[in-house]
Each structure stands twice: as C-alpha cells, then as structure tokens.
Ligand binder design. Sequence first.
Ligand SMILES: Nc1nc2c(c(=O)[nH]1)N[C@H]1C(S)=C(S)[C@@H](COP(=O)(O)O)O[C@H]1N2
Ligand SMILES: [Mo]
Length: 339
Amino acid sequence: MPRRRWEIPDREATPADVYQNRRKFLRTLGGASAAALLPGCGSESILQPTKSPEAPPQGPSEGGADSDPQLNRPDQNLNFDEALYPAPTNPVFSTLDRPLTNPEVAASWNNFYEFTSTKDVAPLVEKFKPRPWTVEVAGLVRQPLTYDFDHLVRLLPLEERLYRFRCVEAWAMAVPWTGFPMKAFIDLVQPLSAARYVKMTTFLRPQESPGQWIDPESPWPYTEGLTMAEATNELTLIATGIYGGELPKQHGAPIRLVVPWKYGYKSIKSIVRIEFTSAQPRTFWNELAPHEYGFQSNVDPKVPHPRWSQATERMLGTNKIRNTLLYNGYQEYVAHLYG
Ligand SMILES: Nc1nc2c(c(=O)[nH]1)N[C@H]1C(S)=C(S)[C@@H](COP(=O)(O)O)O[C@H]1N2
Ligand SMILES: [Mo]
C-alpha cells in the first residue's frame, strides 16, 4: 500500500489540544465510583447512574473529592508504544464542527455491557486482560489467519481521525481515534467474491467481565456486522487508540470498530474475530430487541427510536444540545450507499 504524504509522523501537524488532552488523560484517567446495576438498554432517563460525568457540582472532570489518586493513572496493562502513538492526523479528518470531548469524560461514560449495563464501566475492567490478544480472520477469505494483536497493529499504518460519535441513547461525543481504515485490512486479508457481509465478535470471558456472568441470558458474545460496501467505505475505521494513545479498556481495548455515521452500538469493542459471510450476520442488540435495533442503524434525526426522539443529541461533558445530523454529518461519504 503506498504511503501518503501525511503518513509521515509529524507532531507539528496535529492539533495542540489533542496532546494537551492526552497528557491530561494520562494523568487523570480513572477515579469513577462503584456502579449501580440497572437492567437492559434504554434512554438516558432510564439509564441514569447515581453519578454521571455531568452531575453537578463535581463530575470526574473536575477531580471530585472522592477521586482516588491511586486510580488516577493510565491502565498499567497497556504500554503506550512511542513508536505507534501518537499517529499522524489524517488532514481530511483533522477538524470538526464541534470541540473535542474532554477525554476523562469520554473515559468515564461508556457503554460496555460485558461489564455493566450502567455507564460506570471504568471501575469494573480491572480483571479484563487485553494482552495477549488475537484476532481470528475467518469465513469467505483468501487468507484465514489468526493475528497476534501486537503484530496486526504494525502491519498497517496508523492514523488519527477526529470523528463525531452518536449513541442511540441521544448522547454524543467528538473524539480523536487512532487506527487504520478497515478497507486497508480487507485488502490485506482478501475476502472472496462470495463475501457480502463482515461479522465481528467480541470476547466471551465471564471471569473477566462481570456483566457476562451477572446476565447469562443475553446473547453473548456481542456481535455486529456491516455489508462489504459499508466495511470498505472510507470512513470505516478499525481503532486501536484514542486521544493519541492506546485504547483504555473501557473504550474497547485493544481493537474495536468505529463507524461514525451509525449509532454507537454498531461500533463493536474488543474484537476477537472478523468473519466474512454470505448471509447477514446476527447482531447482539437486534437479537435482544429486534423492533428497536436494526442491522443498518444509520443516524437519522427523522426516525425516532420507538421510545424517544432522535431529533437532538446531548454532548458529553458540556451538555450542549445539538440538532442530530443525517448520517451524523457524514452524508457526503455514505449517502450513495443507501440511495
Ligand atoms: N462489545 C461491545 N461493544 C460495544 C458495546 C458493548 O456493550 N459491547 N456498546 C456499544 C455502544 S451502545 C456504544 S454507544 C459504544 C460506546 O463506546 P465508548 O464507550 O468507547 O464511547 O460502544 C459500542 N460497542
Ligand atoms: Mo450506544
């Protein structure tokens, strides 16, 4: 694959605030309180934990009285590889129409049902081991192979992209992901012409993830899928990092999907398997609530969730209310897929 000009690491080319945020992130990650378990997936009014990033007067972003300095450090199981991070910013995705979300807020308001159905994922990830890690490539593909993550992350050039991110629950954030285009990965493994979909699967490790043993009825492991046209779209990113460093566990370490024009649940975390299929794969949320969570799940302000409107969204951290954008503002890249 030819290296493009911007793929040469160039710290000067990356917005200063990304680095400021990263340093702040490394200093203060963690420090959230114990989670109160709440069942199921629902609107924010249903899923309101006792403490949330915007809870006045002092959320984790303010360094509240109960923030534990012992917890205020990056994940000790991850080494921030100076050779890989920070990656050069792709100039096409170096700006957004909104400020970046505070990294501590993004890291303390997460959806990761393997651990909890609340947003307080960070305090529950201690036992989860994102290394060693393998990603199995299977199905209708010329090169079925199990990759060691630390090998895979070096096979394709990493880049940083600032993306909008919209959860179906009507909260949103803006974050700098680091990763490689899924198209580059697909070119590497060479699916067969019979492949029509990509199915992705998360780990099944109830001993490491309390949500999986507390709720054995859910259709674990979490799975998601895309059509081949979606998977090879320019926007579709396989992320290994965020805010200029490796992914913290609660963001889906060590490797996850990011599809910014779709609701957040399509962006599956902590992937262990990527399979090319001829039939549309089952998905976790569609299996749990088929009338609420479809396969396509594109962001659309005009199509309400059966239980709430999707016309507006609330930005994490600032609580600013914005109008939801069709395809989350990425129509120029993806509208042609759905014409
Ligand atoms: N394996 C797995 N992936 C997942 C989820 C999950 O529960 N399990 N939640 C999804 C949902 S609903 C959202 S909004 C995003 C949240 O990503 P973040 O916590 O990194 O912001 O992850 C998605 N990926
Ligand atoms: Mo979500």
